[in-house]
Design a protein. Sequence first.
Length: 131
Amino acid sequence: RGEYALARPELERSLEIAIARFPVFRSLATASASLADGVSALSYTEACFELDEVATENSIVDISTPFWRSPEGHAAGIEYFEALDSGMLPNRWWIHDNIANLAVRLGRTSRAEEAARRASELRVLDGVAPR
């Protein structure tokens, strides 16, 4: 966590001179997730999305991985994925699958079951084999 706390201000300063902004925004999103700051992670993810929608969707695994490291991260991750679903990346089965996994880690059984159910519904719609 400490290295991300130090890196985030440096990354923010680098935005002023960066020619390739997408990797900086992606790193800021990941650093924010590492600090269990889902609001900032989402904001930087949105900045990525404005630059390249496909690359952003493909980067969500890397950006969001730190949410699995602590209970604070689990809660922030749920909020992050819920915001993705209600905004830039609606109706993705894997978003609901991630919400379910994080909710299980927090002992939020009903939320986990609800998200798993929605993930299953969306898998069928996407032609992905159910789990």
